[in-house]
Design a protein around this ligand. Structure first.
Ligand code: GRF
Length: 207
């Protein structure tokens, strides 16, 4: 491929979604290259996994805030992603809200995965919110990132049952497994440019 579609992945945690994506790239299921992995957590598993796979991986100190990047960090993230010439930014467990300058730099090119069937249960520990609410079906959502929290246009969703004997952990595990199938499928469609957005509706077109 002459000009492969280039993906930048941001994560703060263990990186199981990163691994599902990297496996799908390696298997030729996503026609793209993972150009860069960035984390705000120096010891994050996602960086270790990326380095094992010889994918450029970098820690960028996030600054003093707990839920967002400070201005210098935001500039450093944007600069690294621009230098890597990414076509798409994939958030895979990145635990900070991205703000205006970052969003403007990559308008319409940032996606996230959230462990609930949005718009239900945005925010933290959605699997626990789902159990506490008593829903019978839970799941995960891949969506474009906008200025809100888990509020952008929905690209894809996958549902899992909630079982009577579920604990937060067992439900979370079932949702996580669904994520590992859904995210590569959505990112593959984006890389193939089969996705278009009409208002809030995301349309999948086979090329
Ligand atoms: C996933 O549950 C995802 O939905 C949420 O963060 C978690 C990341 O998990 N946004 P991992 O680091 O990919 O294992």
């Amino acid at each position: 491929m002459n000009n492969p579609f280039r993906i930048g992945i941001l994560g703060s945690g263990q990186g199981s979604n990163f691994m599902a994506l990297a496996d799908a790239v390696a298997a030729g299921k996503i026609p793209a290259q993972i150009a860069l992995v960035l984390s705000d957590v120096e010891a994050a598993g996602i960086l270790t996994h990326a380095r094992h796979r010889q994918i450029p991986a970098q820690f960028i100190a996030p600054g003093p805030f707990r839920t967002k990047l400070d201005e210098a960090a935001e500039r450093a993230f944007v600069a690294a992603l621009q230098a890597a010439q990414v076509d798409l930014i994939v958030l895979a467990g990145f635990m900070r809200v991205l703000k205006g300058d970052f969003l403007r730099a990559f308008a319409g090119r940032i996606v996230n995965i959230h462990p609930s069937l949005l718009p239900c249960f945005p925010g933290l520990q959605s699997w626990k919110q789902a159990l506490d609410h008593g829903v019978k079906v839970a799941g995960c959502t891949v969506h474009f990132v906008d200025a809100g929290v888990d509020s952008g246009a929905i690209i894809g969703q996958s549902a899992v049952p909630v079982l009577d004997n579920d604990t937060p952990e067992t439900l979370h595990q079932r949702i996580h497994a669904a994520e590992h199938e859904l995210y590569p499928r959505c990112v593959a469609a984006l890389a193939r440019r089969e996705i278009s957005v009409v208002g809030r509706r995301v349309i999948w077109r086979k090329s």
